[in-house]
Write a protein that binds this ligand. Structure first.
Ligand SMILES: [Zn+2]
Length: 192
């Protein structure tokens, strides 16, 4: 990498006709220097370590490489009172990726919903995915990247000894597949 000289020193070192190029040289130098100074941090609150590790394993099992060095994930008191989680960037390697989780809202009822929330935010931050509002043939969301729904593959919330069709855990495989590959085929249960 070329050294970043102060502009006045650089001006004395180059012939007059090259000085016209100085603004370009200096700005490219500044860009290089700025990039070199970025040191990503990995710091995940213990409360969410299992879900983040699980995300890395799901990515790895599909042969998808994700950056495991640039992520800060923690509770964030500054989130609005309707926001469960928020990612600050879309897989931008030059930015410190941050996921904030609202500590003041009841955002999940079980492990599946907690995972869905974290996976959704990591979908933004580590996969660069945006929100998807498309639906499957049965009207259910096509993607875990749907806005504000963590119960896509949740078990029944209240069961009183009856077998009822509210258990959606079998849909998890599809939603995780789709998270990592948006062209995943429509699952058979979506035609029922
Ligand atoms: Zn989102």
């Amino acid at each position: 990498m070329s050294p970043c000289l102060k502009p006045e020193i650089l001006a004395t070192l180059v012939p007059m006709d090259l000085r016209l190029l100085l603004p370009i040289i200096i700005s490219s130098c500044l860009l290089t220097c700025t990039k070199a100074e970025f040191n990503p941090t990995y710091q995940v609150n213990e409360e969410f370590a299992h879900e983040v590790q699980s995300f890395f394993e799901e990515a790895s099992s599909r042969g998808i490489s994700v950056d495991t060095t640039n992520l800060i994930l923690d509770f964030d008191e500054s989130l609005s009172n309707v926001t469960c989680g928020e990612c600050n960037s879309f897989n931008n390697a030059g930015t410190q990726r941050r996921v904030g989780i609202n500590p003041n809202l009841h955002c999940w009822d079980n492990q599946f919903e907690k995972e869905a929330l974290i996976f959704h935010e990591l979908g933004h931050c580590l996969l660069g995915r945006v929100h998807v509002s498309d639906t499957l043939p049965n009207g259910e969301p096509k993607s875990l990247m749907v806005s504000s729904n963590v119960s896509l593959y949740s078990p029944c919330k209240y069961v009183f000894g009856q077998v009822i069709d509210c258990n959606n855990v079998h849909k998890r495989d599809y939603y995780i597949d789709e998270l990592f590959a948006s062209e995943t085929p429509v699952p058979t249960w979506a035609y029922e």
